[in-house]
Write a protein that binds this ligand. Sequence first.
Ligand SMILES: *Cc1c(COP(=O)(O)O)cnc(C)c1O
Length: 489
Amino acid sequence: MEKIYVSTRDQNRKMTSKQAILEGISKDGGLYVWPDIDSVQIDLHTICEQSYKENTYTILQPLLPDFSEEELKTCIENAYGHSFSSPDITPVKKVDDVYVLELFHGPTSAFKDVALTLLPQLMSASLKAGDQKAMILTATSGDTGKAALEGFKDVDRIGICVFYPHQKVSQIQYRQMATQQGKNVKVYAIEGNFDDAQSKVKSLFLDEDLRKKAEAQNVILTSANSINIGRLVPQIVYYFESYKYLVNHGAIQLGDPVSFSVPTGNFGDVLAGYYAYMMGLPVKKFYVASNANHVLTDFLTTGVYDRNRAFVQTISPSMDILISSNLERLLYYMSGKDTKLVSQCMSDLSKTGRYQIPDTLLQKIQFLFGCAYLDDKKTKETIATVYQESKVVLDPHSAIAYQVAKDAKERPIVALATASPYKFSQDVLDALHQNSTNELEAMKQLQTICSDPIPKGLKALESQEIRHKEVISVEQMKDVVEKNMEALL
Ligand SMILES: *Cc1c(COP(=O)(O)O)cnc(C)c1O
């Protein structure tokens, strides 16, 4: 099979798509990329005539060439056949003059579902016949954890450990993870923040001792974070889907460019948009929308990436991130596949917490990528204004993307809505100047003003028992992984 994927830090580390999905991260610390992704040009006519599932096949087939047609189609059917509450999977709503792409109609009410319903299927199909097993390690700022747990729950030959920052996720996110059922799942609260958890998970993948122990048991350690190419590529589809909507509703002519505003943390979602662009989607501008942890706004403005700053806990916790892993993939492509430059930047980042890119590279990036950020106060104001003017309730993450889209000059523009407002009920009510006693009560209160009903999975939380209570230190993460690996056998 053709090894089309290489590491962002070494073009001689080659993998097939299945190998890349199983490994998650390259052994040299780099991320897997397909250098010639722009050799695929998706036909927009076809996209505008096909269903979501058909478009998923059309877009993913060239990116995952070692999957057979039947394999890939089965994966897609299992992922999107019945677990989304909207028949369109990712419907579009026009709010004032912004098109809002709703990505939260999956089982856990966050956009992560779009990819994490499909990734377990792809991973299962990638395991070698026989008794090879996989152990998923996932660091989460809140939403990935639940979506991954739900996607991987009771999948044969795969186990999953999720690590989230203790008391730094919302009440609902906490309950979603702590009540998770399934015989192959483990959930741990970590004393630290998301970056601590993510850095440790990354280092565990590179830990020789742990790797040897895993190999001896025929277990592959891998990731469900957006560093995994199998997690990233399903997200390309909804960019094309929103384009299909605009064409089919007469908002644009086929071929016209559109712009996007994307609420960003780890840079996975907006990078998928860039992949869509490289595959032929006409895009004028991507706006990278951030919260008070605006390391990306600063980077895109100055060319200096600097994580040496105070970490701010905000009402958009899924974007509370100072190390945006997937930016590495953008640097790879934008620098003309300069693995040396990427390696240098990433080495600087891990040694000093900072790197700087050359001016020419910055200008090239700025040509396509705009940026802006909103602090909590402005985020709440946006939630209130949009509700007053349009009777639409946005969650804090979506509100940030919406306001950044509003402030942008390009039209048409699509703002990505990444979570259901019910996931962040108390903060949303607070923004609307309504008091509430706790998250579960707030959810019911929100229902009186929200046009969508409370999603099934969130409604059930109240009555489900807490099953996962362990709080561990970052140092203990390796031990629990070893323990769970043995339990998998
Ligand atoms: C994960 C997440 C984001 C950020 O997406 P990235 O791919 O990490 O940039 C934004 N909003 C919500 C609700 C999320 O769960």
